[in-house]
Ligand binder design. Structure first.
Ligand SMILES: [Zn+2]
Length: 242
């Protein structure tokens, strides 16, 4: 069973707020649709919230998970059957914050790699109010974080376009070091990837998340915390600063 991921069809598709779909399976309060705009938890990005409006009323979506079949968990399920049509609406304020935070993460990770001797991004968590990135190996001091923040904010001011495309592993690795894109961590059987590019391939990252169409939409970022996670890993937390 597979759900078509409407939010992934293009950069523009991430801006869509409403869709219709058919119910293909129900498991208690989990609803599986043939297609969806709801982003499921994954790649560090949190799930979307919103509503599914069925024949018997609007149901609040409280959790979205899954890879092939996407499960929309609702607060209360109102007499729904397989084959019913639903209208979905996503909470766009929350989604748009994720889009900005996520695109900012690409910028911060790429610029940190260039600025600090190939430091790797080993994890990230994208939320609405604040997000975090784990870097390794690094020991940030205030001066380093200020320099990174200023460079990221200068880049945001350049207003570069964000685009997506399908690329092969070989094509990606020919443009960017595989330690920067984390391509070296990807299972070898995966060859074709959705790649998110900033500017004229100034930054390239295989990613299935949602992003803004122009980095100027991020506004700016501010680092609000750092802490050591041991073994040379440091976690930095940032918020949007608009
Ligand atoms: Zn991404």
């Amino acid at each position: 069973m597979t759900t078509k991921k409407l939010y992934l069809e293009s950069i523009e598709a991430a801006y869509l707020k409403e869709f219709t779909a058919k119910v293909i399976a129900i498991d208690e309060k989990k609803i599986i649709l043939d297609q969806t705009l709801f982003y499921p938890l994954g790649g560090g990005q949190n799930w979307d919230l919103g509503t599914l409006n069925g024949p018997n009323g609007a149901m609040n979506v409280i959790e979205v998970r899954g890879r092939d079949a996407i499960h929309h968990t609702v607060e209360d399920i109102f007499d729904l059957s397989v084959g019913d049509e639903v209208t979905g609406k996503i909470d766009f304020e929350r989604r748009y914050a994720h889009m900005k935070m996520h695109t900012a993460q690409h910028l911060v990770s790429g610029i940190a790699y260039e600025m600090f001797d190939g430091v790797r991004t080993v994890g990230n968590q994208i939320h609405t109010e604040q997000s975090r990135i784990d870097f390794k190996p690094i020991q940030f001091n205030e001066e380093m974080l200020t320099r990174l923040q200023n460079t990221v904010n200068d880049k945001i001011q350049q207003g570069l376009e964000v685009t997506d495309s399908e690329m092969t592993r070989t094509e990606i690795n020919a443009i960017m070091p595989e330690e920067r894109t984390n391509m070296d961590l990807l299972p070898s059987f995966i060859n074709d990837l959705r790649v998110v590019s900033i500017g004229n391939q100034e930054d390239l990252c295989p990613c299935a998340g949602t992003h803004v169409r122009n980095i100027s939409e991020i506004g700016g970022i501010e680092f609000i915390g750092k802490k050591s996670k041991g073994k040379g890993t440091q976690r930095v937390t940032y918020k949007l600063n608009i």
